[in-house]
Design a protein around this ligand. Structure first.
Ligand code: RB5
Length: 166
C-alpha cells in the first residue's frame, strides 16, 4: 500500500492484486486449433483490453491442425514461466483442455457460462480457461474471459482439494 494513503485513495487493483491469477501487465498465453482461430483473435484483443499481454502460440492459419499440439504448447509456456496463465480454444474446448490437463500443475477449466467461469477460479484455482468456439458465441466468450481473470481463488477448504490435483 502507498505509505500515508487512506484506503479510499488507493485504487481497488492495489488492494486486490495479491490474490489474483494474473496482474495487469502479465503475459497470458493463448492457443487454439483451426476451429478456434477466429475466437482466439477476438480473445487476444480482449486480453489486451483487460491489461494483459497475450503470448500467441498459434495456430495462425485456417489449415487443419491437431489440438493436442496447442494444448501441450500452452501448458509448457505456463510451466516454463513464460506466461502466468492461459486461454485454450478448440471446437468444443474438450480436446485442448484434455491436452493441457495432462501436465501436472496445469488446471484447465472448460467453461461455457458465467457460473462455470467463476467456479473454475473460486473452487479449482484454474490457471487455464478453455472454451469451445463451436459451443459459445464470441460475445459470451469475452464475458467469461473477464469473469475468469477477475475471480480470485476462494482458498479455505478448496486449498487441500486443489493440492490433491497434483
Ligand atoms: C476439430 O474438428 C475439433 O475436433 C476440435 O476443434 C475439438 O473440438 C476437439 O476437441
Amino acid at each position: 500500500m502507498v505509505s500515508g494513503a487512506r484506503i479510499s485513495q488507493v485504487p481497488a487493483f492495489t488492494i486486490m492484486s495479491e490474490t489474483r491469477l494474473a496482474q495487469p501487465g502479465d503475459i497470458v498465453a493463448i492457443a487454439s486449433d483451426h476451429a478456434g482461430l477466429e475466437l482466439k483473435t477476438a480473445l487476444s484483443t480482449e486480453l489486451i483490453k483487460l491489461g494483459y499481454k497475450p503470448l500467441d502460440l498459434g495456430t495462425n492459419t485456417p489449415d487443419s491442425v491437431d489440438y493436442p499440439d496447442y494444448g501441450h504448447a500452452l501448458a509448457k509456456a505456463i510451466l516454463d514461466k513464460k506466461a502466468k496463465a492461459g486461454v485454450a480454444i478448440c471446437g468444443t474446448g474438450i480436446g485442448i483442455s484434455i491436452a493441457a490437463n495432462r501436465h501436472p500443475g496445469i488446471r484447465a477449466g472448460l467453461v461455457h457460462d458465467e457460473n462455470t467461469a467463476r467456479m473454475s477460479r473460486e473452487h479449482n484455482d484454474a490457471n487455464v480457461i478453455a472454451m469451445g468456439a463451436r459451443v459459445i458465441s464470441a460475445e459470451v466468450a469475452k464475458k467469461l474471459l473477464k469473469t475468469f481473470f477477475e475471480t480470485e481463488f476462494g482458498g479455505g477448504r478448496h486449498g487441500p482439494r486443489v493440492a490433491k490435483l497434483g
